[in-house]
Design a protein around this ligand. Structure first.
Ligand code: ADP
Ligand code: ASP
Ligand code: MG
Length: 409
């Protein structure tokens, strides 16, 4: 049995008219002789609406109930789309996460897929030509509903593609591929034909929400080619795939940004062994994900400063924990700033080239942008700056590394 997995995001299923365009993409797959597994998101805005309801009803909503609530967005999409397919004579049925089943851990709101049982799906595909599966959701061993984190339908789709041996996983969205940077922020962004798994992992983790990061982890692990394309055109999209030598020839292949950053600084921290553990241990125990970390070198002084970033929604919790740490270790001051953002330049070509960071820094300096923190990895440079400079910094770096469209001027 030849199976193709397609996934459609929230804007693609927002209205009846758009669902009809989705139906055309599914029909094209059927015409190519595939049995289809179609993963849908909630209709645009629905997940946010449900999350706001939870906040209205409860001061601190129970996480498991919250998942039970927000997962209904996808339930509505798959039922509506299955009706549409049935009305046009296509044999289809909807399937929720627990019906597949897609089994996850019990980290409600951010669950990880543990296993997918393909048996029931394969049996159902004997009877139906299209299975319409709810994205973003799974269930624990004891059948409580979970969700996979915002944007998680991409991960449902790639995991299903891996489990079913789909030739590739098509991710349909509102842009026609992965661009050198967010095309909605930078008009000179260029669509990439191909991007390496590692580059896409860095781009996703640095804020490019076009693909959920865990979907790229799955794709890399199980070698699933992911084809990102538009629901509304027939243009070829971007293939996320294994690295090859042509990709290495390009120094920087993309610029990503993330405005969901807050900076926290513990000043006057004793410079002695165990201090980093005393700060980051309690934060991690209480589930706070720390992103960039910088510790000043003290040299001949008895104290130093420790600065790090967290997601803005984690800031109140982080400050409460850090206030206790400050007392305990005898730090002088606790400071914070929630008006910062990070911008990253990414490219597998950086492995073999030096001087990329210096070029980025001098381009930003020429525009008077002050760099607050710097982080690097083998294929990435990240800077933290004031949020108001994000668009400018993205454009400057995009231009500096030759990613702009050749406008012919
Ligand atoms: P969907 O609802 O289909 O899952 P998302 O809104 O999650 O769609 O992701 C698509 C959006 O990702 C685009 O509209 C675009 O603004 C944003 N985006 C950010 N970085 C990039 C990039 N490098 N390439 C393409 N899109 C990007
Ligand atoms: N509906 C979920 C969200 O808005 C999952 C998804 O769209 O991928 O985050
Ligand atoms: Mg998405």
């Amino acid at each position: 049995m030849k199976i193709l997995v397609q996934k459609f995001g929230g804007t693609s299923v927002a209205t009846l008219e758009r669902m009809k365009q989705v139906r055309a993409k599914v029909q094209a797959g059927l015409d190519r002789g595939f049995k289809m597994v179609v993963v849908l998101s909630a209709r645009a805005g629905e997940t946010n609406r449900l999350l706001a309801l939870a906040q209205e009803w409860s001061a601190s909503p129970d996480l498991a109930e919250c998942d039970s609530l927000v997962s209904t967005g996808e339930q509505a999409s798959i039922a509506l789309f299955s009706m549409l397919l049935n009305d046009s004579g296509i044999k289809a049925r909807s399937m929720l996460g627990f019906q597949v089943p897609i089994t996850t851990d019990d980290d409600f709101g951010n669950a990880r897929i543990r296993s997918i049982d393909s048996e029931i799906l394969l049996q159902a595909l004997e009877q139906y030509d299209v299975l319409v599966v709810a994205g973003f959701q799974g269930c624990t061993e004891d059948k409580r509903i979970t969700t996979l984190g915002r944007g998680g339908s991409d991960t449902s789709a790639v995991a299903l593609a891996a489990a079913l041996g789909s030739v590739e996983c098509e991710i349909y969205t509102d842009v026609d591929g992965v661009y050198t940077t967010d095309p909605n922020l930078c008009s000179t962004a260029r669509k990439m034909d191909r991007v390496a798994y590692d580059e896409m992992l860095e781009m996703a983790s640095m804020g490019a929400k076009v693909l959920h990061i865990r979907s790229v982890e799955f794709a890399k692990k199980y070698k699933v080619p992911v084809h990102v394309r538009s629901t509304f055109t027939d243009n070829p999209g971007t293939l996320v795939t294994q690295e090859d030598s042509t990709m290495e020839a390009v120094l920087v292949s993309g610029i990503a940004y993330d405005k969901d950053q807050a900076r926290v600084s513990l000043r006057g921290v004793p410079d002695q062994p165990g201090i980093a553990a005393a700060i980051f241990g309690p934060l991690s125990e209480q589930g706070v994900l720390v992103d960039m970390i910088v510790q000043n070198t003290a040299f001949d002084e008895p104290t130093t400063d420790m600065t790090f970033t967290v997601s803005r929604k984690e800031l109140p919790k982080t400050l409460a924990i850090c206030e206790e740490i400050k007392q305990k270790i005898g730090a002088k001051e606790l400071l914070h700033d929630a008006t910062v953002a990070k911008v990253s330049a990414i490219g597998v070509g950086m492995r073999n080239h030096s001087g990329v960071a210096a070029r980025a820094f001098s381009a930003l300096q020429a525009e008077g942008i002050n760099i607050l923190m710097i982080g690097t990895s083998e294929i990435k440079i990240t800077i933290l700056i004031q949020e108001k400079y994000v668009e400018l910094a993205v454009r400057i770096l995009h231009d500096t590394f030759g990613l702009d469209w050749d406008l012919g001027v």
